[in-house]
Design a binder for this molecule. Sequence first.
Ligand code: HEM
Length: 515
Amino acid sequence: MSLGFVLAVTFSIFLGILTYYLWIWTYWMRKGVKGPRGRPFVGVLDVLLEHETPGLIKLGEWTKKYGKVYGYTDGTQRTLVVADPAMVHEIFVKQFDNFYGRKLNPIQGNPEKEQRVHLLAAQGYRWKRLRTISSQSFSNASLKKMKRTVEDSALELLRHIEKQTAGGEQIDMLRFYQEYTMDVIGRFAMGQTDSMMFKNPIVNVVREIFCGSRKNLMLICQVFPPIGQFIRDLTFKFPRIPAFKLYSIMQDVVAARIAQREREKGAESGEPQDFIDLFLDARSDDVDFSAEAREDFSKRNLKITKELSADEVVGQCFLFLIGGFDTTALSLSYVTYLLAVNPKIQEKVIEEIAREFGTSEVEFEKLGRLKYMDCVIKEALRLYPLASISNSRKCMKTTTVNGVKIEAGVYVQMDTWSLHYDPELWGEDVKEFKPERWSTDEPLEHKGAYLPFGLGPRQCIGMRLAIMEQKILLTHLLKNYTFETGNKTRIPLKLVGSATTSPEDVFVHLRPRIW
Ligand code: HEM
């Protein structure tokens, strides 16, 4: 082989790669769609991954500049940003059949091929099977059973708070809430039998997943997807990255439970004790998912099996642990901050708790009566839609949405922060914390305007558990304490994060109350 030939081949490959990246980068320019361009190869990805200035808030600045629909490229992905509620509703609900995939980073694996895929990443019929099986975990009957464990963790947290605040110190409630949500989800998804609050080493592993900046890793994986896949395969073998470390811990936990169930085979099988049991009950060694991810939803009569592969059992437990830890702790932190800086609203919540529960037990059936607390949680999530990164879809079939043509393969990212802060949708007092705006029973005028838990068939599956956890803990906390700002409380909060949007800390005083 001559040197000339080798050079010609090398040059052709280089030219091919360059053309591909330029084709991606110029995609929206060629379509005549406005938007920030960034730089070739990366597009605006580096800006979006900035931990110190959350990318999802950055979208709002671009929405102001380019309008409610615009496009950008991030690595090899072409993304259309939407802040128009009618279009959001069309994509999430009416045209779900054309938008049933989600936007993923290549390090999360290829949802069409990956064996370890979980509900958040899955698409097509595979998603439908995983969703059908997982939904049982959050039925009314399951939540009612979970309530006792949730309350046990809430009371344990109160004991820790009592000790830590005895000297009148301000405490960072975000850290305390993370211990609480980890304790709850650890008991449902990790086989933990008792409270491990403030002594669970896994909290730090999970914290690292959310709190650390993963900018460089994500940048490399999204700009060069084959490298993302390579790192994924490698780290499953040598788990160094926190998410993979946790996955490997979860594998051991599930393997231990399988062994325990084998040992106890023959004994009367009781009801599932937690998510692991529930998923293992659906386990089957011959689940064939090879074509499932690519199936669209037009074949309505396709039968859905209710079986999971062993990898999928681990994947679901892992996802529930991740999903259940950070989001709920953040939501509690934002509520706490907003109540501390709005004492009159806090007083109303306390009055409602006194009226509904007094000194009596916090019963599951009565949680629904805490209507004002519901409004407070909803309004906090309007002002701080902490998980808006998940409000994305992949266009699976070229279609037109409200006059905008969207081609198969394009991703759609909803600009949740702009929707939640749009004065045309919420009124001129949009920046105010006003729980009363939720006190009407009327449905929202603009159906796609409010997305703290997403919308449509892929809406957050853990929403009811998240709300129950918050209501139980807030009830116990506000029966005993009042949240007050102190010299360490940051007003306004400093927000960070590239996955979820988090306050850096939420220091408050907890003043003991005499009931
Ligand atoms: C305040 C707490 C929470 C917030 C704000 C939140 C937010 C969200 C959002 C915005 C989505 C995307 C929905 C969509 O694409 O339409 C989502 C999906 C999801 N969430 Fe949550 N979440 C919370 C708590 C939880 C909990 C406690 C769990 C589980 C224990 C959980 C598990 C999931 C799962 C599995 C999905 C993917 C659903 C699917 O694709 O079918 N989340 N969540």
